[in-house]
Design a protein around this ligand. Structure first.
Ligand SMILES: NC(=O)c1ccc[n+]([C@@H]2O[C@H](COP(=O)([O-])OP(=O)(O)OC[C@H]3O[C@@H](n4cnc5c(N)ncnc54)[C@H](OP(=O)(O)O)[C@@H]3O)[C@@H](O)[C@H]2O)c1
Length: 238
């Protein structure tokens, strides 16, 4: 067992996840760069000088193998960042939604968070101060989405990605509720609109800027919040 904190970031071969790995590494953590594709993971990990872990979050066997690897190498996990996500058919309207696409988005963005978190919980439980961060989005906010004068009012309706992030927020809260007495803090991060492959690089923030709130929530003190939803400016309305 090592004294240095160990973190795992899923979907970290590019985009916001990659930057979360870079920033946690700069803070002195041992960071495992999760990637579903071994080669993409190896290339990204080499660029950052960290260790890659193959983990396809939608494949329970891959997730179990990643957990076994972390256990054999480090004995415990201090930080889990559930970052892997897909946009799917952002543009599909609820009335004409392709249900297979909706299911695929929920599989990656919501159900897989349960698979990965539950596989890692025994390892997180061995940490004196474990943190779980779920990469949500401002679009998951029902309060903001339903505000007719708000900044999200002009967005087209979305049957998959948007509801998946609202569901992830709900899941975050329920994990926090269950783990309240364990010292494990569980929070959702809204990185803002960042230029990544997810949105064809249309975002106006950098991936590094988006990573900062996740890194903040991954490094909370013991008296930090749990069951919250935050961006750089503070709490985001549910
Ligand atoms: N960009 C934004 O403006 C924005 C805003 C709010 C929230 N977010 C959230 O931030 C997170 C990161 O997004 P991003 O913008 O950095 O997107 P990105 O550049 O497209 O990166 C997404 C990452 O998730 C991985 N991934 C997808 N499916 C996976 C699976 N089944 N198993 C493991 N990894 C998988 C991708 O791997 P491959 O390379 O193999 O596809 C990639 O590494 C997502 O949860 C996203 O919803 C992004």
């Amino acid at each position: 067992m090592t004294e240095k904190k160990t973190a795992l970031v899923t979907g970290a071969n590019k985009g916001i996840g990659y930057e979360i790995v870079a920033q946690l590494t700069a803070l002195g953590m041992t960071v495992l760069l999760g990637s579903r594709d071994p080669q993409r993971g190896a290339d990204a990990a080499k660029a950052l000088g960290v260790e890659p872990v193959t983990i396809d979050v939608t494949d329970p066997k891959s997730v179990a193998a990643a957990a076994a690897f972390v256990e054999s190498r480090y004995g415990r996990l201090d930080v889990l960042v559930n970052n892997a996500g897909i946009a799917g058919g952002w543009g599909q309207l609820p009335s004409s939604a392709d249900l297979d696409e909706v299911r695929a988005v929920f599989e990656t963005n919501v159900f897989s968070v349960i698979t990965v978190t539950n596989a890692m919980l025994p390892l997180l439980s061995r940490s004196p101060a474990a943190r779980i961060v779920n990469l949500s989005s401002g679009v998951g906010s029902l309060a903001m989405m339903s505000d007719p004068d708000g900044q999200l009012a002009e967005l087209p309706a979305s049957a998959a990605y948007v509801p998946s992030k609202t569901a992830l927020n709900a899941l975050t809260l329920q994990y926090a509720k269950e783990l309240a007495k364990t010292g494990i803090l569980v929070n959702a991060a809204d990185p803002g609109y960042c230029a990544t492959d997810l949105n064809g690089h249309r975002g106006f923030r950098s991936a590094a800027q988006g990573a900062a709130i996740a890194v903040h929530l991954a490094t909370l003190d013991a008296d930090g919040p749990t069951g919250g939803y935050f961006n750089d400016d503070g709490p985001v309305p549910w």
